[in-house]
Design a protein around this ligand. Structure first.
Ligand code: WQD
Length: 339
């Protein structure tokens, strides 16, 4: 059976392609390489021994996307990652974010409708919850007004899918990620931020390897155990495996609703300084960091209630924070070896 993975050379996409191929699926990747590199296809083949079929394509182009679906009209499902995903960047270029993230989704759904492809897993985000009123946050927790165009595109995408599913007899599972970090144990694929990393963990490892002078800890006056903000970090391989569970569920007709939503987290919240301490432990070296002001737009604390995903999907995150940081460090070391 063949699965189309859009954004499949990206961070979470590439790890998901590996897990799909390990599961025995054939994979087609569609990616415009705006935030990833084609050599990731070679790395996936190195890991699994199977080469995904790669198409460099901009999914915001209606005709290109329609042609892709004509070429691969017999698909068992789609996993849709392709999107811009930097919160700060979306504040500066909201129109690019709406056009890119929504047009690409609409073109993919259209391709599915026109080729009778029923199943789509959608890459969503806990950012749809904003700062939850109560923790841990459940799938039924209220969706707050978006704090960024990025988060808004995730909320709007879920609504677009909800209506398309009803109108065109599709099935969908939206996976709301918490904070994906870490890398595949082979250190052949991992997070590849372009330029200065926005996210915490690549900034930590780049500081430790000497690419950055020191980590700025954004805020030390939050109402948390050590004053720094709390997130639910989840290993990217745990996350990738959840996508295989989700596509299997739909293909095997085990979905209970045509559109299901699951939180993908560990259920554990860690502060920025907790993550730094974990890194120092697994890397065996001190990290240069300084406590600075809060970053505008950041929420204080969030972690997932994972009971619904655990019970319904029969999936739970297996890797702990030290596993995540150890794999992130191994990946950073491999990147510098390949310089
Ligand atoms: C984590 C914590 C920062 C960098 C975002 C998106 C989310 C998802 C993941 C796409 C926060 C602190 C960070 C630094 C720091 N993206 N931090 N110094 O903001 O929780 O989530 O990325 O799907 O949708 O919202 O992740 O890694 O940027 O920050 O102190 O140099 O680390 O303040 O508390 P975030 P992050």
């Amino acid at each position: 059976m063949k699965i189309l993975v859009t954004g499949g050379t990206g961070y979470i996409g590439s790890h998901t392609v590996v897990e799909l191929q390990n599961r025995g699926y054939d994979v087609v990747i569609a990616d415009n390489l705006s935030n990833s590199y084609e050599y990731v296809v070679d790395r996936i083949e190195q890991i699994t021994g199977k080469r995904p079929d790669f198409h460099r394509i901009d999914l915001t182009h209606k005709e290109q996307t329609a042609d892709l679906f004509k070429q691969h009209s017999v698909l068992s499902g789609v996993i849709h990652f392709a999107a811009f995903k930097a919160v700060g960047e979306s504040m500066e270029n909201p129109l690019d974010y709406y056009r890119n993230n929504l047009d690409s989704l609409i073109n993919v759904l259209e391709g599915m409708k026109n080729n009778s492809i029923r199943n789509i897993v959608f890459s969503s985000s806990c950012t749809v919850y904003g700062q939850p009123d109560e923790l841990p946050v459940k799938e039924t927790s209220p969706i707050k007004e978006a704090w960024s165009p990025y988060g808004n595109t995730k909320q709007m995408s879920e609504d677009i899918i909800r209506f398309a599913v009803n109108a065109h007899g599709l099935k969908s599972i939206a996976l709301r990620y918490f904070n994906p970090i870490g890398a595949h144990d082979s250190a052949l694929i991992g997070e590849l931020p372009l330029g200065v990393p926005n996210n915490l963990v690549p900034f930590i490892t780049q500081t430790a390897i000497g690419k950055r002078k020191s980590l700025k800890v954004f805020g030390s006056d939050y109402n948390t155990h050590d004053g720094t903000a709390i997130r639910d970090y989840i290993h990217v391989v745990d996350l990738a495996q959840a996508h295989v569970v989700a596509i299997d569920r739909m293909i095997d007709n085990r979905s209970k609703l045509d559109f299901e939503i699951f939180n993908l987290g560990t259920g554990n919240g860690f502060s920025v300084l907790d993550v730094v301490k974990s890194f120092e432990k697994v890397a065996g070296q001190k990290l240069n960091y300084e406590l600075t002001d809060r970053r505008p737009g950041d929420i204080e604390k969030v972690w997932a209630d994972t009971s619904f995903a655990n019970a319904e999907l029969g999936w739970s995150a297996k890797r702990n924070i030290d596993d995540m940081m150890r794999s992130a460090w191994k990946w950073e070391l491999a990147l510098s070896d390949n310089k």
